[in-house]
Design a protein around this ligand. Sequence first.
Ligand code: TMP
Length: 231
Amino acid sequence: MTDVRRPGLFLSFEGMDGSGKTTQMSLLIDRLRQEGYDVLETAEPGGTPIGRQIRRILLDGANQELSSRAELLLYFACRAQNVDEWIRPALTAGRIVVSDRFTDSTLAYQGAGRGLPLDTIHALHRFACGPTAPDLTIYLDIDRAIGLARAHARNAERAAAAQPDETRIDDEAPEFHDRVHQAYAALCDNEPNRIRRIDAAQDIGQVHADIWDAVASRVAAHALRKGPAHV
Ligand code: TMP
């Protein structure tokens, strides 16, 4: 549900690990800022300083004993903090918010992946986020095996650079990731007006062009004010 009372625009990126979200998000944000829009960049899990602490618990491969219900609640704790501290104030101020993942990820990973009840996830979303939800979601569709191979390569680079471990979800079985991929396909079918599916196997420039095509019309339709570049 979109909060019609606020003037800003809320965009989210979704996709399997290794779908190129990070690259495409930064290309989009750079372009929006070059056009003069005031953009808040955030991420789930992460974003706020408190969210980044929760992210470490969620993604650390050493935390094998984390239960599915505790995992679900931590994702929503992170999201509630992000909405309260960053996202809602930015939307109220008329800014564009771009989030790397939001509740669609929870429906795909904890709902389909872990098998937790979808009605519980929807109820937690209402509690954690109220009416705050993306106006437009860019879903980068990538073959599961290609995405996971890229994610594992990135995780190996992180380990070599002694960066914090973020392997806990990537190391789930292939069947888990297949369920996530199927759930994303179903979300796209159910909400074609909100979710734009983009073929992430194309070259980087074409993926960006497709994303810009989807975003530019929404930005124009929203009549967003241009403000000082906020980096
Ligand atoms: P990423 O920030 O590199 O995309 O990684 C976040 C990981 O957390 C990714 O494997 C997807 C997973 N995730 C969930 O399982 N549930 C969620 O609600 C979110 C936001 C992410």
